[in-house]
Design a protein around this ligand. Structure first.
Ligand code: IDP
Ligand code: MG
Length: 140
């Protein structure tokens, strides 16, 4: 499988509970490398742009509010098949349906406050990474 890069966000529910290191440990245990990382506060406009694909869904307002409720940690992860590898360790969107040992099974509060985001495809990963990092901030 090819070496890929994927985009990750440790969401406000995770930073609020001081889980950055615990989640990073689960990421690194899979062999994925954190090749860029910074802690930022998303603006409302940035959160709306990031989740624009969901803007007609009933939970969109709640989703945007949850993403701006506190700091987030944005990351680029690199490794073999990184997009699927990260989705696998994230677990299902709804933590009640997530496999034991996954980030969401271990740490998420609810389907909305589910601790982390991971890109779902190569194209979305590229767009999401470009929204948050310039090339010289990613050190593989
Ligand atoms: P994903 O994060 O697993 O890719 P998506 O379906 O892309 O899941 O949804 C994006 C985010 O929107 C989820 O991670 C979650 O925070 C939120 N979300 C999704 N479905 C619901 C819902 O039914 N109620 C509340 N929030 C939701
Ligand atoms: Mg998604």
């Amino acid at each position: 499988m090819a070496i890929e890069r994927t985009f990750s966000i440790l969401k406000p529910d995770a930073t609020r509970r001081n889980l950055t290191g615990a989640i990073n440990a689960l990421i690194e245990k899979t062999g994925l490398r954190i090749v860029a990382q910074k802690r930022v506060r998303m603006t409302r406009a940035q959160a709306e742009t990031f989740y624009a694909v969901h803007n007609a869904r009933p939970f969109f307002g709640e989703l945007v509010e949850s993403m701006i409720a506190g700091p987030v940690v944005v990351q680029v992860l690199e490794g073999e098949g990184a997009i699927k590898a990260y989705r696998d360790v994230l677990g299902a969107t709804d933590p009640k349906k997530a496999e034991p040992g996954t980030i969401r099974a271990e740490h998420a509060i609810s389907v909305g406050e589910n601790s982390a985001h991971g890109s779902d495809a190569v194209e979305t990963a590229q767009v999401e990474i470009a929204q948050w990092f310039s090339g010289n901030e990613i050190v593989g």
